[in-house]
Design a binder for this molecule. Structure first.
Ligand SMILES: *[C@@H]1O[C@H](CO)[C@@H](O)[C@H](O)[C@H]1NC(C)=O
Length: 335
């Protein structure tokens, strides 16, 4: 029972402090999105991700991968990169051809969209698990379980048919198996190591308060913005003293362009009940020194700084300068 709160915490903060203290991504996957516009025209997008951080793109014109970070190649040798480029170029070409042929045969209506995700993930025990799933029109279509293509029950006979075709294509299965169970795990370990400095960095959040659009007469929407932090796990709560306010609502975690994150926590309160409310931010980069912002004080602290501290420093500096210049004179003149 004692373990329960920790398990809950682990669910609430995915990726937070696993046993070896590793923070940052644990999986690599490729996303494929292919739009079949009409019988002759299809558009294909490929991208490579470490959890939700994109490290690879695909240049359809040249048919080559784009490496978005200096360390995105991980431990792959140049020959391997060249070989993979050819493999993917070939795959995309054949994939589009096969689907178009199949669509004609089975009288599928254009336009339609196919999405695929394939990759591997490091488990907490250290083993690596691979996966591949495909969707048609946003609905599960098929997945791979070990070496076997498994049609989604809700995708009907079409998915069963496609799985049969795939499993009969021995060469395709061999290549797929090699990529999923050999190349991906090796690449994942290599790239997590190559990008360690950036993937395991700690970047402190900035936090500020504002009021949102009024939820109703006599009510206020308090907004706590937290931005620029890395890694992703963060806790932002509206507090009254030491008491967490259960009415706190969180926005989605939104990505900034520099691989840091943004989150907003809001609280709907009666306008008279705002005294003593604060927003508390917990993040691994803060090493236990939570950020606490009090409603109604953040602005006054800023204005105190501007209105009192800055002028008084300037005044003191002037006074000191004046004193240093005039004191010796007054001394000499008086003696
Ligand atoms: C298919 O779509 C493309 C792009 O919209 C268009 O240029 C082309 O004429 C279409 N072809 C057919 C056969 O409809």
């Amino acid at each position: 029972m004692l373990l329960l709160p920790f398990q809950l915490l682990a669910v609430l903060l995915p990726g937070a402090d696993s046993e070896d203290g590793f923070q940052g991504p644990t999986s690599y996957h490729i996303i494929q999105i292919t739009s079949f516009v009409n019988s002759t025209w299809a558009k294909n997008q490929l991208s490579g991700w470490l959890d939700d951080l994109q490290i690879h793109g695909w240049d359809s014109d040249s048919g080559t991968a784009r490496f978005l970070k200096p360390w995105s190649k991980g431990n792959l040798k140049e020959e391997e990169v060249a070989e993979l480029n050819i493999l993917f170029r070939d795959y995309i070409f054949r994939f589009i051809q096969e689907i178009q042929a199949g669509a004609t045969k089975s009288h599928m209506e254009y336009p339609f969209e196919i999405q695929g995700i394939a990759g591997c993930e490091l488990q907490s025990g250290g083993s690596i698990v691979s996966f591949l799933r495909g969707a048609l029109g946003g609905l599960d279509f098929l997945r791979f379980d070990g070496d076997t293509c498994v049609p989604s029950p809700e995708a009907g006979s079409r998915a069963q048919y496609v799985c049969t075709i795939i499993m009969e294509n021995h060469a395709l299965v061999v290549i797929g198996r090699r990529l999923l169970y050999e190349t991906c795990p090796r690449f994942l370990s290599g790239v997590l190591d190559a990008g360690k400095a950036e993937l395991q960095r700690q970047v402190k959040p900035e936090a500020w308060l504002s009021s949102g659009p009024s939820p109703g007469p006599g009510r206020l929407l308090l907004v706590c913005h937290v931005s620029g932090f890395y890694p992703k796990p963060v806790q932002v709560m509206w507090m009254w003293g030491e008491q967490e306010q259960p009415g706190t609502q969180h926005s989605d975690l939104l990505p900034n362009a520099d691989w840091t994150w943004y989150l907003r926590a809001t609280l709907d309160v009666a306008a008279g009940d705002v005294t003593g409310l604060s927003c508390r931010v917990k993040h691994s980069s803060l090493e236990g020194r939570d950020i606490v912002l009090y409603w109604g004080q953040s602005t006054s602290i800023t204005s105190i700084c501007l209105a009192i501290i800055v002028p008084s420093i300037i005044f003191l500096l002037c006074l000191a300068l004046w004193y240093m210049r005039h004191r010796p004179c007054s001394h000499s003149s008086s003696s």
